[in-house]
Ligand binder design. Sequence first.
Ligand SMILES: [Zn+2]
Ligand SMILES: [Zn+2]
Length: 371
Amino acid sequence: MSTKRDYYEILGVSRNAPEEDLKASYRKLALKYHPDRNPGDKEAEENFKEAAEAYEVLRDREKRTIYDQYGHAGLEGSGFSGFGGFEDIFSSFGDIFEDFFGFSARGRARSRAQRGADLRYDLSLGFLDAVFGTETEISVKKKEICPECNGKRCEAGTSPETCRHCGGVGQISRNQGFFTVRTTCPICRGEGQAITHPCKRCRGAGQVLVEKKVSVKIPAGVDNGSRLRLTGEGEPGSYGGPQGDLYVFIHVEAHEFFQRREDDVICSVPISFIQATLGDKISVPTLNGNKKLRIPKGTQPGDVFYFHGEGITSLRTGKRGDQIIQVDVKTPTNLNKKQEGLLKEFAALEASKLSSKLKNILKGGAAETVN
Ligand SMILES: [Zn+2]
Ligand SMILES: [Zn+2]
């Protein structure tokens, strides 16, 4: 097995160095050993690669943990094999080089392929559609590969010509301090080619804006804020990059009877004070039709009853929540003479009970005023 230097030693940092220190230290080394600054210097090249590898490992929490525990052998065991060459380094650290040097390293090594943009669609759903799931079609405005030129950007029968500005290299070199900075050619944007006869349909963009119908399958149990990902339904990538994704954000409309709390549904059912007093059997709407509920004698306002397993199917566990029924005891109004008379009679019988209870609470005196 080849001997390798310790990553912390390479970067010249302590074993518990925070991310910023790693980055600062790597930046210094990368500047010092940058191939543009040390053309043809094999040793600088090795140092540059070594520093990149050390930084690649230590900035990654998972790899760093493996390295701390098992060293180089541990990383090899987990499939990390360092970098093959500069191209690997530049493609891994494209963004970092951009902020190190103030220009992009992408042009020289990274493939130009770029993933298409992700799209967002906000979808309003009825309460029951969210509960039971549904399938719907949405209309999404998005870019697609131009059907006329197939994304090639030039008119049929023509082909791109070599860019005169950069001579087809895609980059322009200029000297800056010690080293040569290569920047992407502003005319051909790095492609090295210029399109002389752009496609008329897409005006040379290779993509056109379309309104596309997309079918969306909504799983049972989605809730407000649920997010569905439709892989590959975003915008097309450029230069052969993959399509982006489409994210559908769910907004659930309120229901007149049911309310949702996690996977339970809550509802409020009015009953008369007679039903509450004497007990009754009532019919309560559930997500799956009406169901009988027994109201026991002496039910109090605010009492809660359950239909177990009549709630919403959980997206995560597949189990159904409960239905929670709150009774809303109504006081009767508009009584006729006879009803009123009966209640007064009842009240006379009940009054002695209530007032003796109050007497106990108030210890006489004030209770005398209550009848
Ligand atoms: Zn076109
Ligand atoms: Zn050019």
